[in-house]
Design a protein around this ligand. Structure first.
Ligand code: SF4
Length: 276
């Protein structure tokens, strides 16, 4: 792991994500090295072109005095969007913790999103906020497949135990079932394992990008070769996602779950539009 230290003017930046006003990314890069990661485009903007995603981490050097807590009152803040706030080296450098300590007192709604069991370290701090939601992203309970696609993230069951622990402390919890790997992600299984201690669920589909296609296909070929042909087809025809979206909606209604589906695959597929 190549570690650098970089000066940062502003660690809290305006967001383009719907319903999110600001994002906080305490690091550049992410040790978890997920094969599908959409944040890999960051390499181009941060002098890391040619480096392997997951093998570098820039520790942002933050002037904490520039964080004016009241500026974010009543806004929404996501921690994080292009790194993981509890990447293993957070346990050493504590950028996430230091930023959160500065934000205590804000009325902003803060959403923490991670794939790391280390998130439990900050439960004491989370309890100081009035409006904080703590979530994990997960897409399989199969630890072998998780290791294949998210090599350095915590094991799925470790993430689940972390969110259970957070709920025991009376905090709002959520699960981001993302990205959904067709024919592999069993969202019903994940929900039944977690619903006792989860307040709401979000869902996101798998998106193919130029940088991740070959890695995704390689991992599917290795772990689920019987699905390889289906994945090749899915790239050309996204109709599958429309059907899955409806199926998840119905399931959430029947189970009386608070769910939000955030599928982005170019909207309703052309085929479905023609049918209307
Ligand atoms: S944890 Fe998130 S930011 Fe980190 S590599 Fe995985 S998908 Fe990317």
């Amino acid at each position: 792991m190549k570690v650098n230290f970089v000066e940062t003017k502003n660690v809290i930046t305006k967001s383009n994500i719907p319903d999110v006003d600001y994002v906080i990314n305490p690091y550049i890069g992410c040790q978890h090295g997920c094969i599908y990661c959409y944040a890999e485009f960051m390499k181009r903007f941060t002098d890391h072109s040619g480096e392997k995603w997951g093998e570098f981490l820039d520790i942002k050097q933050i002037n904490l005095d520039t964080i004016k807590t009241e500026r974010y009152d009543d806004k929404t803040i996501l921690i994080s969007s292009v790194t993981d706030p509890y990447t293993p080296l957070e346990m050493k450098y504590e950028n996430t913790r230091k930023i959160l300590e500065k934000l205590v007192g804000t009325t902003a709604q803060i959403s923490i999103l991670t794939k790391s069991r280390f998130v439990v370290r900050d439960i004491d701090l989370f309890k100081k906020f009035d409006n904080i939601h703590v979530g994990i992203s997960i897409n399989t309970l199969d630890s072998d497949f998780a290791k294949e696609i998210e090599p350095l993230a915590s094991k799925p069951l470790e993430r689940i135990r972390a969110i259970e622990e957070i709920k025991k402390n009376d905090l709002t919890t959520y699960i981001f079932i993302s990205p959904i790997f067709p024919k592999i992600t069993d969202y019903k299984d994940i929900i039944s394992e977690t619903k006792k201690f989860t307040d709401y669920y979000l869902f996101e589909n798998l998106n193919f990008r130029t940088h991740n296609i070959s890695r995704i296909l390689k991992s599917i070929g290795k772990s689920f070769p019987e699905n390889l042909e289906f994945y090749e087809e899915l790239r050309k025809n996204p109709t599958y996602w429309d059907k899955l979206e409806l199926e998840i909606q119905e399931y959430c209604e029947i189970q009386d779950l608070d769910c939000k589906i955030e599928f982005h695959h170019g909207g309703v597929s052309k085929k479905e539009k023609k049918k209307k």
